[in-house]
Design a binder for this molecule. Structure first.
Ligand SMILES: [Zn+2]
Length: 314
């Protein structure tokens, strides 16, 4: 059991998507309201949101892309790069805060003020590529956090575990030639965004540092538990990460409207426990979960709460 930090800020509600869009501000309100009702809420270390510096966004994204994002979003375009990415004039600024929140939490954990951290931020990140936005994502928050830990905190080996129901194409592409970042993903396959077959294992120096575990639609707790025990945890034990980042999407829940995986709420606690044990073995407990998907508000809030309860040992 360790100290747990939490980051939420009303700034993240200012990224307003079109009516009916699943990735909406209410998601964070549901999470915050749920956590506020818990006795451990007062004990969470609160971390202040901050804006990411452009130089840190450039660790993952092209400078030209960042300029284009600012220009097209701030001039009032309704969509950015894809019809999935509904934006408002505030979205660019909020996206800087989403990445910056992750970096603030990295600092907190590296300064040993917390062992575990959760950032309730949006827009999410794992579909964002080096030069284009996709799948509700503008900047790849988790990829930026991984590079930031290496550059600013001098860590060598970072693991990203992506349990969002969708494959994190942007994260995979960022690190596929890199043997210093292990990217491990479980996701419904074939499904959006189309990448993430078991054959994709990384390239060049990065071969075997990408681990894709495609799951059939209809898979549930049993299949995911086995994948964690037999694939994810052994990969972490072989890699010995100094920090574990979690692309924490909750859209593999059986109640989620976007996909067809059938996890129970309790499974997110089991994932968390298994990763906490790996973080204790290799990473001095250091672990940060960044919100990705999760679109049924009640289920999202309950699943995040299960993860947080596991972090705090409640
Ligand atoms: Zn997702």
């Amino acid at each position: 059991m360790g100290t747990t930090a939490y980051l939420f800020d009303p700034i993240y509600l200012e990224h307003q998507t079109e009516w009916g869009h699943p990735e909406r501000a209410e998601r964070l309100i549901a999470i915050e309201t749920m956590l506020q009702s818990k006795s451990y809420y007062e004990d969470l270390v609160r971390v202040k949101a901050r804006k990411a510096e452009i130089q840190h966004i450039e660790l993952v994204h092209d400078a030209a892309y960042i300029r284009r994002a600012r220009e097209e979003i701030e001039r009032g375009d309704e969509y950015f790069d894809s019809m999935d990415n509904s934006v408002c004039t505030r979205s660019f600024e909020v996206a800087l805060y989403a990445a910056g929140g992750a970096l603030a939490m990295c600092d907190q954990i590296m300064d040993a003020k917390a062992d575990y951290g959760f950032c309730a931020v949006r827009p999410p990140g794992h579909h964002a590529e080096r030069g284009h936005a996709a799948g509700f994502c503008i900047f790849n928050n988790i990829a930026i956090a991984a590079r930031y830990l290496q550059k600013e905190h001098k860590l060598k080996r970072i693991a990203i575990v992506d349990w969002d129901v969708h494959h994190g194409n942007g994260s995979q592409h960022t690190f596929e030639k890199d043997n210093t970042v292990l990217y491990a993903s479980l996701h419904q396959f074939p499904y959006y965004p189309g990448t993430g077959s078991g054959m994709e294992k990384g390239r060049d120096e990065g071969v075997d540092y990408t681990l894709n575990i495609p799951m059939d639609a209809g898979s549930g707790d049993e299949e995911y538990r086995a994948a964690f025990r037999e694939r994810i945890i052994p990969a972490l034990d072989a890699f010995r990460p100094e920090f574990i980042l979690i692309s924490a999407g909750f859209d593999a829940h059986r109640n989620d409207p976007l996909a067809g995986i059938n996890l129970s709420t309790g499974m997110f606690g089991e994932f968390t426990t298994m990763l906490m044990e790996a973080a204790a073995r290799h990473a001095k407990n250091r672990m940060l979960a960044l919100l990705e998907g999760g679109y049924n508000l009640d289920t999202l809030a309950a699943s995040v709460e299960r993860m947080m309860r596991t972090f705090v040992g409640a």
